[in-house]
Design a protein around this ligand. Structure first.
Ligand code: IMP
Ligand code: ZN
Length: 351
């Protein structure tokens, strides 16, 4: 079993900081705006959940598959972003009861919000709603929201993710239409849903069909963030289509062409930057080539985020350490620049 939950460049950057730099980062008010619930459950909690796991259906993973899946997750070695999504089958099996999902959610919230000082001042957690025989959709949503709502609104909120592989209109299954409908219903009932995300396999699905759904969500007061241009294979036309929906923030936005960049800058769409995620998934070859520099040079709003703390073995503090640590470990930004980035993150939150 691996010895530490932190590894890679972010861990190195963190260990390179002086005490005063570390304390500076830890005490900066900041928001984590791009964290996927099921990608942020610590391996120790997954192992604990595995102890009481019973396959909920004949097609669900059996105990030995779960054990193998946990070993893979604990020794994650990604060769490309496309290998990433298979890793979630084990996690989804382990959170397939309300009790397990509540435990996982509480742990993730506390991982970000309960330290002294906490990893972030405000957490906007996101999750893709699920429906299984042991955990119907309404229960999934209520379980996660009930944990989020233990915190005051200025500390935690929830974004519902659409997965690019989902059907669009069929409301009898988990579809884009179904999730947007649920998000609007929950918001109108006063529950803590603040936005909609688009995530999942970056090459799946037909993104031309989303427009009326995104428009409905916006009309209901929900804010929009979209994973966009994550790979070189995402066509520029698709990227422009997604930008035309008028999202408030963008996830990754790694491969925007000039036309797209111009629109993003002009319309002030904030970028959720996930440094370790991009390096580990090899969509960015090295820190010095990261598109964060483009936005920093233009004083464009960005938020530093973890994405998935389990596979990427990072933390928000370690991601901020990458900003401050001198090259080649980090970007060597000044404390004033880092402070501005942290302030940005709070300004572009959906709460
Ligand atoms: P969940 O939505 O809480 O189940 O969190 C895990 C899910 O987040 C994965 O199944 C993916 O669909 C999604 N996800 C996590 N990281 C990324 C990413 O970098 N790009 C696209 N989707 C992602
Ligand atoms: Zn993501």
């Amino acid at each position: 079993m691996s010895s530490s939950s932190l590894a890679g460049l972010a861990a190195l950057a963190l260990s390179s900081l002086t005490e005063s730099q570390l304390s500076f980062i830890q005490n900066l008010p900041k928001a984590e705006l791009h964290a996927h619930l099921n990608g942020c459950i610590p391996i120790s909690i997954l192992r604990q959940l595995a102890e009481s796991y019973h396959p909920p259906s004949p097609s669900a993973p059996d105990i030995s598959e779960i054990q193998n899946g946990l070993e893979t997750l604990d020794n994650f070695n990604l060769d490309s972003i496309h290998e990433f999504f298979g890793a979630f089958r084990t996690i989804y099996a382990l959170i397939s009861t309300r009790e397990a999902l509540a435990t996982a959610t509480r742990t993730v919230l506390s991982q970000f919000l309960e330290g002294h000082p906490p990893e972030c001042t405000y957490l906007e957690l996101r999750t893709t709603p699920k429906h299984t025989s042991t955990l119907p959709l309404h229960e999934y949503l209520d379980a996660v929201l009930s944990e989020v709502e233990r915190y005051p609104p200025d500390r935690a909120a929830l974004i519902l993710s659409l997965d690019r592989r989902m059907p669009i209109a069929d409301r009898s299954v988990i579809s884009v239409g179904k999730i947007i409908g649920e998000a609007i219903r929950l918001k109108n009932e006063g529950r803590r849903v603040v936005g909609i995300d688009l995530c999942g396999d970056p090459l799946a699905g037909d993104m031309t069909l989303l427009e009326p759904y995104i428009a409905n969500a916006k009309a209901a007061g929900l804010r929009i963030t979209l994973h966009i241009a994550e790979t070189t294979q995402n066509p520029p036309k698709e990227t422009l289509q997604l930008l035309a929906y008028g999202p408030h923030r963008l996830g990754h936005a790694t491969f925007l062409d000039e036309e797209a960049k111009e629109k993003v800058i002009k319309e002030g769409m904030a970028i959720e930057i996930c440094l370790s995620s991009n390096l580990i998934c090899k969509t960015v070859p090295r820190l010095s080539a990261h598109h964060i520099s483009y936005y920093l040079e233009r004083n464009h709003p960005i938020a530093i985020c973890t994405d998935d703390t389990l596979p990427f073995r990072n933390s928000l503090t370690a991601e901020y350490a990458l900003l401050l640590a001198p090259p080649p470990i980090g970007l060597g930004l000044t404390e004033a620049q880092v402070e501005r980035i942290a302030k940005n993150s709070l300004e572009v939150a959906f709460n």
